[in-house]
Design a protein around this ligand. Sequence first.
Ligand SMILES: C[S@@+](CC[C@H](N)C(=O)[O-])C[C@H]1O[C@@H](n2cnc3c(N)ncnc32)[C@H](O)[C@@H]1O
Length: 253
Amino acid sequence: MGATKLNIFEFHATIERYHTIQNPISEEKLDLAMRYCGIRDGMRILDVGSGKGWLLRQLASRFDIHITGLEIYPTFAAEARRLAAAENLESRIQIVEGPALEFHPEPASFDVVMCIGAAFALDGFEPALDWMSHAAKRGGAIALGEVFAKELPYPPEIPRGGRADLDYPERSLLTTVETMRARGLPLRGLIEGSVDDWDRYHSLHWQAGMDWALENPGHPDVAKLTDPAGMRLDILDRRYCGWAIFVARNGLD
Ligand SMILES: C[S@@+](CC[C@H](N)C(=O)[O-])C[C@H]1O[C@@H](n2cnc3c(N)ncnc32)[C@H](O)[C@@H]1O
């Protein structure tokens, strides 16, 4: 019997097998974003869509904090737990496996709520802001890693629609910040991914896809995994679609 197509979980685990950070951003910039969040010993932190948990481990290795990561993909959740254990950080890091929306935080129960590249797990940008703001303490921090349009309207060469989790947004950087402020989330830090960050992020996808295709000749997903468009990882992303971490204070009172 021939090999069957990869399901959505296997597909993502395959193309992100070389990533430690699963977003178009560098370690240094993520570090800066966390400094803008004002993390200190004793805090409770929530990370929605925590992936392999690089950020959780960085924070837990530096601060005496309790971090909860929400992650739907069993492969990533298992990897995050394994790496936390390897660094003796299990007492500070808890990974909750499953859809983020099935996790119901007590209102105002976390000092910092982060969602770095997974707003779709909370039904999109604006619902994510409301969900995160509800979970965070007043005066606490929200860190949202999210795409925005660098140029509107998009030129005709940009394919519209059909991309499940990273369609080109119709929201500029300014609109993003203003929407947050209108919801009681004034900006206190902004860190934008660069073209280099996008290139590094997608290059790892392409290398993983190609290596996997070479290891699995004849598999029905080979064509998809050796074609950036098939992987929905467009080489135009970096030019028209920005990505930034928006750090906001939860309320001004
Ligand atoms: C772009 S990755 C970002 C991972 C991590 N935050 C990072 O920066 O390295 C998005 C993550 O969200 C997870 N995810 C997707 N849908 C989810 C859901 N409904 N609930 C929880 N996690 C989800 C994916 O499995 C993936 O690990």
